[in-house]
Design a protein around this ligand. Structure first.
Ligand SMILES: Cc1ncc(COP(=O)(O)O)c(C=O)c1O
Length: 389
């Protein structure tokens, strides 16, 4: 049976070049990078190089990158770190964060947790494409706002937010701007200086690197309180002995992302556009997210009168791996908060399927999926009580 992976937003296969770079750090170069002896010094050199590779991808400086355990931890360190640093901003309304209604749970749940501790959070609404309004952002700013955290690109519908405009507003108001760029890294060129980004979260396993490692860019001058205490690693913001195989893997993955971004995005976008064009031939089928301002690899469809879960299972039977949303929420029955925010009803929210492409997908796979998917939808509609009503 065919085995086709079209769920690259959930994770990616580790690149062969990344594996080759990592392997010596399990045995040959096993030292602790903070040890002063030769074993440590060799590994410290690799630690510095990885930091540089990540910084290069973002046009940042090496000493503005800290290593974390992944995107979730980066988001937590940035948001809670800024919150605890500003907890005494007790104006009439209390210290205040601005975020969006469609963030990943790594941001949303962190903000909800902070609300329980007395922090105020404004969840900006989005339009039908999933884009925040700059006017709303501007109006939400108060003298107690100490952080704006808005994702670069959405993990479900692929919509890219107006990051440059958000950065401009943040800078004009002297408020640090954090963005969760976990889905955007390697797909969109990012220059933290041109975009006025003060903190940015990345995760290795979305860019053909290993799981369980990530990084946080923190602009020089941004002050955070640590949320993990210990030996003081990573400027005291993320204590714990460095995960060197992971760090080397993330560095290599960033180097490759920079080198291949142009070629990869062109190739993947071409496949994705074909997939969208073919799939929209099916009657009463809609594309969720913005038609142009979206990640090059994301196709997110709604099919009237069929359950996304049933389509997913049908595709799985044919060897095609897809998702109905984010991997984290796919086990839950609740309608996706992202789809609710763009105005879909609960029934509509349950009629979606997300296909996210990657480097290894082929034209032949797109043709296969374009044939199989409409067949599955048609079969399901024949037995759907909602079809034809
Ligand atoms: C937008 C976004 N943020 C954060 C995360 C969490 O990253 P990690 O799995 O590295 O913790 C994900 C993972 O799906 C994501 O898509």
């Amino acid at each position: 049976m065919k085995k086709i992976f079209m769920d690259y937003a959930s994770t990616t296969k580790v690149d062969k070049e990344v594996i080759d770079a990592i392997l010596p750090f399990f045995s040959e170069y096993f030292g602790n990078p903070l040890s002063l002896h030769l074993f440590g010094r060799i590994v410290h050199e690799a630690l510095d190089q990885s930091r540089k590779k990540i910084a290069d991808l973002l046009n940042a400086k090496e000493d503005e990158i800290i290593f974390t355990a992944g995107g979730t931890e980066s988001d937590n360190i940035a948001i809670k770190g800024a919150a605890y640093q500003n907890k005494n901003k007790r104006g009439s309304k209390g210290p205040h964060i601005i975020t969006s209604a469609i963030e990943h749970p790594a941001v949303l749940e962190t903000c909800k947790h902070l609300e329980k501790q007395g922090f105020k959070v404004k969840y900006l609404p989005v339009d039908k494409f999933g884009i925040i309004k700059i006017d709303d952002l501007q109006e939400s700013i108060s003298k107690n706002t100490f952080l704006i955290t808005i994702m670069f690109a959405n993990n479900e519908i692929g919509t890219i937010e107006p990051i440059k405009e958000i950065g401009k507003v943040a800078k004009e108001n002297n408020i640090p701007f954090h963005t969760d760029a976990v889905q955007a890294i390697g797909k969109v060129p990012i220059n933290v200086n041109k975009l006025n980004i003060d903190m940015l979260s990345i995760s290795s396993h979305k860019i053909y690197g290993p799981k369980g490692i990530g990084a946080l860019y923190i602009r020089k001058g941004v002050k955070l309180q640590p949320i993990v205490h210990g030996g003081g690693h990573e400027k005291g913001l993320r204590s714990s002995t460095h995960n060197m195989p992971g760090i080397v893997g993330l560095g290599k993955a960033c180097e490759l992302a920079k080198k291949r971004m142009e070629k990869d995005t062109k190739y993947i976008k071409n496949l994705r556009d074909k997939l969208i064009k073919n799939t929209l031939q099916v009657e009463e089928t809609y594309l969720n997210g913005h038609p142009e301002k979206r990640l090059v690899n994301n196709a997110h469809f709604r099919f009237t009168a069929v359950e996304g879960e049933s389509i997913l299972l049908g595709l799985d039977e044919k060897g095609i791996a897809t998702s109905t949303g984010s991997a984290c929420s796919s086990m839950k029955l609740k309608a996706s908060h992202v789809l609710t925010a763009i105005g879909l009803s609960p029934v509509e929210s349950n009629s979606v399927i997300r296909l996210t492409l990657g480097r290894d997908n082929t034209e032949e796979e797109i043709l296969y999926v374009s044939r199989v998917l409409p067949e599955i939808v048609e079969k399901l509609r024949q037995i759907s009580p909602l079809w034809g009503k």
